[in-house]
Write a protein that binds this ligand. Sequence first.
Ligand code: SAH
Length: 346
Amino acid sequence: MKKDIASFNWEQMQSEIELLGEKKFRAKQIYEWLHEKGTEQFSEMTNLSRQLQEKLNARYEIRSVDLLQRQVSALDGTNKFLFQLCDGNEVESVLMKYKHGNSVCISSQAGCRMGCRFCASTIDGLERNLTVSEMLGQIYQIQKICGERISHIVVMGTGEPLDNYENLTGFIRMISDEHGLHISQRNITVSTCGIVPGILRLSEEHFQITLALSLHGSTQEKRKKLMPIANKYPLEEVLSACDAYFQKTGRRMTYEYSLIHGVNDTDEDAGELIHLLGKRNCHVNLIPVNPIKERNFKRPSGENAQKFKNKLEKSGINVTIRREMGSDIDGACGQLRRRYAITREG
Ligand code: SAH
């Protein structure tokens, strides 16, 4: 099997090229083609001899992430991309344009096995982990298609990033590396459903990224009903892992809370949430739940969401309501999918 060359980091590329018996500077050239120019064919690496191009081609593959479909939201200009991977799997990514820059939401797995009740991405289960190159590829492609620089990344698309730990951390290192796109780690957010060993391990990586925890319930009992992972890692353990993350990295935690009408949006819920987070230096992001067709969850009225927010704010919690982006193209949180009719028909 050919090796996945675009998943090699800077150091790995040097040793790989050395092993091939090639001069050291070739590693730099190849790395630039792959990670600065986003080249997908060895034959396009014009400063390499034909012979070397062929040698590379015989041993390595450049895993492509091919555009199948692009949708643009009429509401807010958000773009959703459906990409095909080399084995036919499909993943989605979303580009959101903000005043502060272009932000891309990438997928970390094809499918997901976490089973959160309100999320469309988990409905067909997990197919496989994405490689480092496939996570990078989503960003390279979007940058190419749009012709604009991407400055921010959120790993909040399909998949549980901490269920694909090695590739996630490899990706973070490479995308923030000076030899690649050099995106500041402070502009990268990883969202997790709460895999405790992963959070603890991540806290030791010396990253400057933001970690977001999907909380969604203000007590263990309520959280368990929405998120099966809570059976394995109870709320108390998850919160202490998040505290450890803050202590070790100095990066303030974000807690995401999907507001679901009649499920977790009452006054009592707000009170419990204050009890839980009031003493923590953190940011709370409220996400009025985005409806998915397989479930009957409804979002609260704008007024109710605002009331919930005010209550948290009054007790000193730093809180925002997430702006809904791309809801007309199913590009909002929890609406991304692995399977699409367009490819089955086409
Ligand atoms: N697996 C990761 C990241 C993917 S989801 C995680 O669980 O955090 C990104 C965020 O969207 C999570 O907070 C997730 O719980 C939330 N989400 C999922 N489905 C949603 C929906 N239908 N409406 C609103 N938010 C949703």
